[in-house]
Design a protein around this ligand. Structure first.
Ligand code: BTN
Length: 327
């Protein structure tokens, strides 16, 4: 990984091949080769004769130092392992394959080659533009203690973004973070261990921060970046590292307290953020479609659908919800 070269180019200014070579202690030809490798990572690098190379708009690289200095020490106390990677297949897969202890382990990456979304989807993960973060936690009293956890993570995520000055964010069941109907972040929970005893959960969060349209061609639903939201609200967005720190402040305390608190401590906040409340929706479970009015969630985080005056509980990882468009 050409991290030193990226750090030099991160300022968005032009740097000549000779200057870069001198700073990196390599030849101009070696600089050129490294530039080609970065292009393979889809990092956009402009090359202009007589001026050199530059990354248009610069890069806001993640910094471990900045993350830790911006974190609340109380949340920091919950953290046992922290790994910042340049590239990985998936931060969730990385943590699932790593036998860490019982406290929180966090993995953050600048790029994922096989980022995973809910319902078997791919999570588009270009280098240096978004946030790909996973955090693992061990629960002692089985999977039933985790009911509603993925919804509570959505609430924690929005609280963190509100602290960054962003507003107007909402949740689509179970935990898609939306702004004006477009998705800005998604959450994927995965579990291993004993269903009735000790089990380990990996919480994976993907957040669009400054992704360009070219990288997003594989996304099949309306999406938005935090930068676009900040611009619409006339807010200067903080760095990705500060966003990560605020996210961890909320997420780590949520995980630490969840077994004792359960979803009931988070339900009211979730209901306030519910974007589909009172609206006619379609619920898809495989090929089956049920139509009804969304009536929030119950104490376990199951979606409540009103059909012919009767409330039905809908839950399960394979369900998707869509606002119903009149036929
Ligand atoms: C969704 O489909 O809405 C969930 C997306 C979750 C993506 C994140 S990115 C970090 C972590 N690693 C993964 O492979 N997936 C999650």
């Amino acid at each position: 990984m050409q991290l030193n070269l990226l750090k030099l180019l991160a300022d968005g200014e032009y740097h000549s091949g000779a200057d870069l070579g001198e700073k990196l202690g390599v030849s101009r030809a070696a600089v050129w080769k490294q530039i080609q490798k970065l292009a393979e990572l889809s990092v956009v690098i402009e090359s202009v004769k007589g001026l050199g190379y530059r990354i248009p708009g610069g890069l806001d690289l993640l910094s471990e130092l900045e993350i830790f200095s911006s974190m609340d020490p109380v949340a920091g106390d919950c953290l046992q392992n922290f790994t910042l990677l340049q590239q990985v297949d998936s931060t969730n897969s990385y943590l699932l394959a790593t036998p860490f202890g019982t406290g929180a382990s966090v993995c953050l990456a600048e790029q994922q080659s096989a980022g995973r979304g809910r319902r078997g989807r791919t999570w588009v993960s270009p280098y240096g533009k978004n946030i790909y973060l996973s955090c693992t936690w061990t629960f002692e009293s089985g999977v039933s203690a985790l009911e509603g956890l993925s919804l509570a993570v959505g609430v924690a995520l929005i609280k963190a973004l509100e602290e960054c000055g962003l507003s107007g964010l909402g949740l689509k069941w179970p935990n898609d973070v939306l702004w004006e109907g477009r998705k800005v972040a998604g959450i994927l929970l995965e579990m291993t261990g004993d269903a009735s005893g000790q089990c380990r959960v990996v919480v994976g969060i993907g957040m669009n921060v400054d992704m360009d349209v070219d990288s997003s061609s594989a996304i099949d639903q309306p999406w938005v970046n935090l930068q676009e939201i900040a611009a619409a609200l006339s807010v200067n967005l903080v760095s990705r590292s500060v966003i990560v720190a605020k996210l961890l402040n909320h997420l780590l305390l949520l995980l630490e307290g969840y077994q004792a608190q359960s979803f009931s401590a988070w339900r009211d906040c979730w209901l306030q953020l519910d974007v589909f409340s009172g609206q006619e929706v379609s619920i898809f479970s495989g090929a089956r479609e049920s139509v009804g009015v969304a009536r929030g969630v119950d104490e376990s985080g199951a979606l409540l659908l009103e059909r012919d005056g009767v409330l039905e509980r809908c839950c399960g990882g394979e369900i998707s919800v869509r606002r119903r468009v009149a036929p």
